[in-house]
Design a protein around this ligand. Sequence first.
Ligand SMILES: C[S@@+](CC[C@H](N)C(=O)[O-])C[C@H]1O[C@@H](n2cnc3c(N)ncnc32)[C@H](O)[C@@H]1O
Ligand SMILES: [Zn+2]
Length: 275
Amino acid sequence: MIIPKGLICPICQGELTKIDNSLKCSLNHSYDFAKSGYVNLLNPGKKNNAKTGESREMIQARTAFFSSGHYEKIRAFLIDLIEPYKKDVIIDAGCGDCYYSEGVAEKYPESSVIGFDVSKHGTERGAKSAKAKGITNTFYAVSNIFNMPLIPESADIVINMFAPVSYEEFGRVLKKGGYLIIGASGAKHLYEMKGVLYDRVYLNELNVHKNEAFEVIGVKNLSYVTKICGSDTIMKLFTMTPYYHHTSDADKKKLEALEELTTTVEVDFTILRKI
Ligand SMILES: C[S@@+](CC[C@H](N)C(=O)[O-])C[C@H]1O[C@@H](n2cnc3c(N)ncnc32)[C@H](O)[C@@H]1O
Ligand SMILES: [Zn+2]
């Protein structure tokens, strides 16, 4: 595990230092590392903080589905995309179960990779897995990515995969000339899966990612078709998508009945540079 430079206390914004198994500021606000190696840096005064995070069930589904390899091309694409850029400090904002941050950390051992997510189940999974694999260049904390516990201009790259975007906060923590990489669902992402679930299927609406604090360097599209075998793996994919929350039991059953699903995977990557 690394302790990133510029970590600040979520209550008083004072500098945090590691003392024994805790991070402490000069006012003695203290944040203990869990046994697995993550730390909770949510402001304890803000009670609603943790409500938006992914549940244990969703994080477990994510980890199980990733282990089937169907999203490996997305991770490899992301790893290649950041290759040309300076990457001493990389933040994965909304890191989920830490699949992408872990891959980035393994590929770039000289980088310090910080994963923030409001779900403690996700950061716990990431910290545990890093320990088990002997990955030493990661730091995982429960945190709100709209208010990260870091001083301004701490990072060279912010990665944001399928997670909420805050240009203001990402711009604050990025160094001038640093890069923001946003990975979001492309128009046909999981189109065939939606076709099984719903009578009418629409293409995904695309967000244009732009902001006055950033220059858009480019948009890159990754699209491929994958065949998912086994009802269990299909349902793991379903459980990690937003459709999990918005689908009737009757529609879920249609997907559950399948033993094989061939579906499009499509991700649009937007690369922005902080001006
Ligand atoms: C769709 S998941 C994507 C996770 C991961 N990036 C991936 O692609 O596997 C979105 C993630 O954003 C996290 N999230 C949502 N709002 C957040 C916030 N305000 N601060 C931190 N994390 C947040 C959720 O807990 C969830 O893990
Ligand atoms: Zn403090």
